[in-house]
Design a protein around this ligand. Sequence first.
Ligand SMILES: Nc1ncnc2c1ncn2[C@@H]1O[C@H](COP(=O)(O)OP(=O)(O)OP(=O)(O)O)[C@@H](O)[C@H]1O
Length: 249
Amino acid sequence: MSNKILEIQDLTVSFDGFKALNNLNFSMNSGELRVIIGPNGAGKTTFLDVITGKVQPTVGRVLFNGNNLKKTPEYKIARMGIGRKFQTPRVYLNLTVRENLNLVCNRNKNVFSTLFKKPQSTEQRTVAGLLETIGLEAKANAPATLLSHGEKQRLEIGMLVAQSPDLLLVDEPAAGLTDEETENVGSLLLALAESHSIIAIEHDMEFVRQIANDRVTVLHEGSVLCEGTMEEVQNDPRVVEVYLGEVPE
Ligand SMILES: Nc1ncnc2c1ncn2[C@@H]1O[C@H](COP(=O)(O)OP(=O)(O)OP(=O)(O)O)[C@@H](O)[C@H]1O
């Protein structure tokens, strides 16, 4: 058995004849934190949409832990262990941080026991552990609406992690964050990377430098332009060219 968590083979996605992804090949090992960058329109979001089953390949295939995801509905792919964090946080604003986490931690229990029984101490420990991981212990009892944008991002990442995904997909987690929050979210992803496989799509190069300890993949016009360490990628003339000087030194 290979330890490839994800393999994408000859993938093309056409929208009315326009190839958002064009014969793309990609693979990553279990346990990797892979950062994907690329200029606007490179196909990054479509790439995540295909992995989660939101969009079907026109040609090619996506293998998750060796299983072809062809025609598998989104909810089943999520159950198979792929969790996605969207750009805008999707937390319950009128619930507290702890209640938001409790909801996902209890999702697999039956409704009756969730409503009428006190949580078991092991469940409480899970929520406590998550609160610590995402650095929101002090705000556990605050309604999520009072959190900053960055704190909401961290809460949502915690809610995803509570579902123990094998592969975590995060779409521009640093978008719209202050420098301090960007660093907090980066540290959180690095901590999670010790026990999860993660794909992060990102525009903010400062953030990419913080989290890109493993390989970086550059997408351009729906294909993989190059792959390597952040340093290799940044110094690749093809990358500099497609970003037209956008990549800061
Ligand atoms: N449903 C769709 N119908 C038609 N064209 C689409 C559709 N979804 C995406 N595209 C096109 O496919 C290309 C890739 O889009 P995608 O959103 O995947 O790029 P991206 O790298 O995520 O861009 P950005 O960085 O701007 O978010 C774009 O040219 C986009 O306009």
